[in-house]
Design a protein around this ligand. Structure first.
Ligand code: MLT
Length: 202
């Protein structure tokens, strides 16, 4: 069962990689459509709503506390999301997407990269952290990943995002990790860097 409530916007520019938009805790499928359009105008947008509810707030997997994840659920939900992407690709006739994930959405995108390397063509991870304490050995074969962290992020310690960058690099991803003068929230620099990066890789 991999049905997700979602929005899909077809491409207006066939040359751009489709984006898989993954919102943060308490967001929904509408949240990141504007960001997606700013990052890659004309790209197809696939935007699911997380199926886990935490006090009514949609998320992509369960957590035990802030920053402490239910890793069995991370694995199960990553599988579900991977299945959804496969089905959506068939239904809408799109290529493997580049994920654009914020916070909880970035964390499930990182899990997807590590658990199911075939699903994503690349990823923009905004305020991500290490999603699994003991991930399988993934083979990411040069997939491009942009990791944007906030230097004053109260949720993601610098050591954690650095560890994620190392983990993904060791799995073979081409990681560009930037630490911005920001907190957990996104800044204009995130949009600019993401737009420039995707223009060069996708
Ligand atoms: C998470 O639960 O994925 C992280 O704590 C980020 C968040 O959603 O606040």
């Amino acid at each position: 069962e991999s049905a997700f409530i979602h929005r899909f916007e077809p491409a207006r520019d066939a040359g751009s990689a489709p984006l898989l938009l993954l919102h943060g805790t308490g967001g929904d499928e509408n949240d990141l459509l504007g960001l997606g359009k700013m990052i890659s105008p004309g790209a197809a947008l696939l935007s699911p709503r997380g199926r886990v509810l935490e006090h009514g707030m949609p998320r992509f997997f369960r957590r035990l506390a802030e920053g402490v994840f239910d890793e069995d659920d991370v694995r199960r939900r990553a599988r579900e999301l991977g299945d959804f992407v496969g089905e959506a690709r068939q239904r809408y006739g799109i290529a493997a997407p580049v994920a654009v994930g914020f916070s909880n959405g970035a964390n499930i995108a990182a899990a997807l990269l590590l658990l199911q390397p075939g699903v994503l063509a690349g990823a923009i991870l905004l305020r991500a952290m290490v999603p699994l304490s003991d991930p399988p050995k993934a083979e990411l074969g040069g997939k491009p990943v942009l990791l944007l962290s906030g230097q004053a992020d109260p949720i993601v310690p610098a050591s954690n995002s650095a560890r994620l960058a190392t983990l993904l690099s060791e799995a073979g991803a081409r990681v560009d990790h930037r630490v911005l003068p920001a907190g957990h929230q996104l800044s204009q620099a995130d949009v600019t860097l993401a737009r420039d990066w995707i223009g060069n890789v996708a």
